[in-house]
Design a protein around this ligand. Structure first.
Ligand code: NAG
Ligand code: NAG
Ligand code: NAG
Ligand code: NAG
Length: 483
């Protein structure tokens, strides 16, 4: 809370310096013009980083007057790091695209956008690549690849990372030297002459990526993606590394991900080994209780910002923005229950069922469910794909559907049911549709489909959230209803 208050003060100060009226919404807009950079992880894993934007780089315009006031100058890596492509969010192409899409397609709706957190220190999860510290000695440096290359740019003072991410990265780098840990090196780097790589020399080295997760109320979770077939062949280097890190991170969850694949999609979903510390790390629900996470499940890169979207969803029913009350909810793509458990805990719904295709989410959800207010514990969860969930009747008798799909948007079967007529089909009772999107292209396609479809849906609210200041990315909350 105190931190939030400080953040608010900073917003007011920033707003004042732009001569923007000091109303909270205006402040957020002002702040959205002062964004910082973020990482775009071009080698990211789709499952873990479903919100990560692509690496489309926009040439930053320096014409805006606010660009001299923004925080970019604070980040020493902005000019060299590929992470952030936007010096000034006011020049964001994606917000323009989004605005004109809604103006064109749903002229009755007023599209707005906000930036719910500061431009700095918002990132609570980062995946950092490795490169050798020197040609001759062990030790790795961590950072991001320069756009379209495998040249690593170290970003020890990255401004969008939480300070805990930066200090963990520094500690790990230091420990790798003493532990004799080397960086994974791809064949096309170690032998530039033979670019085919196929029959060239195999990759060498130990550490491929480090994933760091820092929630305010838990010790950081450290995950090491290692170029080994099995635990045994990580030895003795991995154990030495952990021993060196243990005085600094005695209570941290530490995970190993084994992967010798030469493809870029480096997280191996079947390669996780829990090494030490708690199996789960927790993030607080909006009012008491916890969400449970581990590296096997998807986690938002900006949890604090995402919580604002959830708070907005809760307020929709409190403040009568919806035409129809939320009573019985079905949520598809529900993850660990980030939205669902908050809604249940706030008493927005007393009858909830969620589903997600990643089976690792089930146990996280069940642990979280134990922490919500007792009188609201009537909620269920199924490990099912979205389409199969509907086939199994999860949508029957539900008045509200919540979807938070991956970047590409809804799967065809789900869209088809949404477009079914009221009173008919697997979603025939649903009258509220809450769509939380992390990929604008997928959302636009789905909304075009819903507009043309026979479901009788009306868009009542469309809001953009700049969750990743510095990137061409927008998270969008869309609320639709029908009679
Ligand atoms: C590339 O690798 C293949 C297979 O190992 C080898 O036959 C070929 O001579 C190599 N080419 C060069 C230029 O090193
Ligand atoms: C680790 O946990 C112990 C026991 O709960 C606690 O006393 C200690 O302060 C913790 N250390 C850190 C660095 O969090
Ligand atoms: C590495 O991960 C990729 C992507 O998940 C997977 O296809 C591959 O089989 C994994 N390789 C090993 C050796 O585990
Ligand atoms: C939701 O409503 C509460 C209480 O009225 C308010 O404090 C909070 O700021 C609102 N949140 C959002 C995101 O609208």
């Amino acid at each position: 809370m105190f931190v939030r208050f400080l953040a608010f003060l900073a917003l007011v100060t920033a707003a004042a310096s732009f001569n923007v009226p000091v109303a909270s919404f205006e402040i957020r807009k002002a702040i959205s013009r002062t964004a910082l950079k973020m990482e775009t992880d071009d080698a990211s894993d789709a499952n873990l980083e479903k919100e990560t934007p692509g690496s489309s780089s926009s040439s930053s315009s320096s014409s805006s007057s606010s660009s001299t006031h923004n925080l970019l100058s604070d980040c020493p890596h902005f000019s060299t790091c590929s992470g952030c492509t936007l010096a000034d969010p006011a020049t964001s192409k994606i917000l323009q695209t989004s605005r004109s899409f809604f103006e064109r397609t749903f002229p009755d709706v007023t599209y707005t956008h906000t930036q719910p957190t500061l431009s700095k220190s918002w990132r609570n999860q980062a995946k950092l690549a490795t490169s050798p510290l020197s040609k001759f000695k062990p030790g790795v440096q961590l950072g991001l690849y320069a756009s379209g290359t495998h040249t690593l740019v170290p970003i020890p003072d990255c401004s969008v990372h939480s300070p805990e991410i930066n200090s963990a990265a520094t500690s790990i780098q230091k420990a790798t030297i003493k532990a004799g840990v080397t960086s994974y090196v791809k064949p096309d780097q170690s032998n530039r002459v033979n670019k085919s790589g196929k029959n060239g020399p195999p990759p060498t080295g130990h550490l491929r990526y480090v994933q760091l997760n820092t929630f305010p109320s838990s010790p950081p979770t450290l995950s090491f993606v290692w170029n080994s077939e099995n635990y045994k062949s990580t030895q003795p280097h991995l154990s030495r590394l952990l021993k060196l890190l243990s005085p600094t991170y005695p209570n941290s969850s530490i995970w190993l991900n084994l992967n010798t694949s030469t493809r870029n999609n480096i997280i191996n979903n079947d390669g996780w080994v829990h090494l030490k510390g708690p199996f789960y790390t927790t993030y607080p629900l909006l009012s008491g209780g916890n969400l449970y996470y581990n590296p096997k499940v998807f986690c938002q890169g900006n949890m604090e910002g995402f919580m604002e979207i959830i708070s907005r969803i809760i307020n929709l029913s409190n403040h009568g923005i919806l035409k129809n009350r939320i009573e019985k909810v079905v949520e598809l793509y529900a993850g660990v229950g980030c939205i669902g458990l908050n809604l249940v805990n706030e008493g927005v719904t007393g009858d909830y069922v969620g589903s997600d295709v990643n089976p690792e989410n089930l146990e996280c959800f069940m642990k979280g469910r134990k922490t919500v207010k007792k009188e609201y514990q009537r909620c269920e969860y199924k490990s099912l794909d979205a389409g199969v969930s509907l086939d199994k009747g999860l949508g029957r008798g539900r008045d509200t559907l919540i979807v938070d799909p991956p970047r590409m948007g809804l799967e065809e079967g789900v869209l088809r049911e949404i477009n079914g007529r009221r009173g008919e089909g697997k979603l025939g009772d649903v009258r509220n549709l809450i769509y939380v999107s992390c990929g604008l292209d997928g959302l636009m396609r789905d909304l075009e489909g819903i507009k043309k479809g026979g479901g009788g849906w009306e868009v009542r609210l469309a809001e953009g959230y700049v969750l990743f200041p510095g990137s061409e990315h927008v998270e969008t909350l869309v609320v639709l209803t029908r009679d």
